[in-house]
Design a protein around this ligand. Structure first.
Ligand code: MEV
Length: 292
């Protein structure tokens, strides 16, 4: 039975540790940002959709319709997103999840978690070449996760009594280009990637022990390695430096890089507020705070 409107929602994510190295099988830690959401609405339209298969949203909708044998359905779709695009906050994965949920809701069909992830990853192949699956998995999770490509994931308990400040450099991130850049670096990148994986494990231990300083140190070291891999950018380096000079326990770029966001760890909400002021004065165009 067709319903009038199909609605799908999804939330965004931020990578705490392990971007890029996760592509090579090293562990990563990422957090869902449950208050930053995307909603997709599907309604009946006047014509069959035409799909631009270079567009991840179109690919997600097509994948869902094809699975349901409804490629010729006459539909329109509307996406309402709080997730900034191309900032390392999982916009492409979140939009794909919301769209696929909306299609299944429109046709009143059950959607299992495995099928959803499978369809999202088809769309993510278009958004990022060779995705590790970390973005999709985090946008599908309600809890922070530790993720290892092709092996699986585990939910993490995070009771840190701390705040993560997220600041947008205002520069579009370029995940595919950054992933290609690392791949083309070949052997020279391998020790840096291994080191990033080790730092993700140190961060996991610091989280277990609620050792904020150790977590902050791991984050700052990871930023140095990501910069050496060539996936940071001057604006992110600047905001990381500003955060550290302002007393953050640690700071790093987050996500694919070559633009996008930085994250900084502070203890209290007051410190987060003060840091946000400073980051805005120094060029951040938008900020968010996440309790850890
Ligand atoms: C992109 O959000 C994260 C990367 O590690 C790529 C991936 O995991 O597929 C850069």
């Amino acid at each position: 039975m067709e319903k009038k409107t199909g609605i799908g929602k999804a939330h965004s994510k931020i990578i705490l540790m392990g971007e890029h190295s996760v592509v090579y099988g090293h562990p990563a830690i990422a957090l869902p940002l449950k208050n930053i959401e995307v909603t997709c609405r599907i309604t009946a339209g006047d014509e069959t959709l035409k799909f631009d298969m270079t567009d991840p949203l179109a690919t997600a909708i097509f994948a869902a319709l094809e699975y349901l044998g409804q490629e010729d359905a006459q539909l329109t779709y509307l996406v309402d997103s709080q997730v900034p695009q191309r900032r390392g906050m999982g916009s492409s994965a979140a939009v794909a999840i919301a769209a696929i949920r909306a299609v299944f809701d429109y046709f009143d069909q059950d959607l299992t978690a495995d099928l959803l992830e499978n369809l999202v990853n088809q769309a993510e192949m278009i958004a990022h070449s060779n995705p590790s699956g970390l973005d999709a998995k985090t946008c599908l999770s309600d809890r922070p996760i530790k993720f290892i490509r092709n092996l699986g994931f585990a939910s993490l308990t995070m009771n840190l009594d701390a705040c993560l400040v997220i600041a947008d450099t205002g520069i579009h991130g370029h995940t595919s280009e950054a992933v290609d850049k690392v791949r083309k670096s070949g052997q020279t990148a391998l020790p840096l990637l291994k080191n990033l994986g080790e730092l993700a494990l140190e961060a996991e231990k610091a989280i277990e022990q609620a050792d904020l300083q150790a977590l902050g140190n791991a984050m700052s070291q990871a930023h140095g390695l990501l910069a050496r891999l060539g996936v940071s950018c001057p604006e992110a380096d600047h905001l990381v430096q500003v955060a550290r000079s302002a007393g953050a326990l640690g700071a790093k770029m987050s996500g694919g890089g070559l633009g996008g966001c930085i994250i900084a760890l502070v203890k209290t909400s007051e410190e987060a507020e003060r840091l946000i002021q400073k980051l805005k004065e120094e060029g951040a165009i938008n900020t968010w705070t996440e309790k850890l």
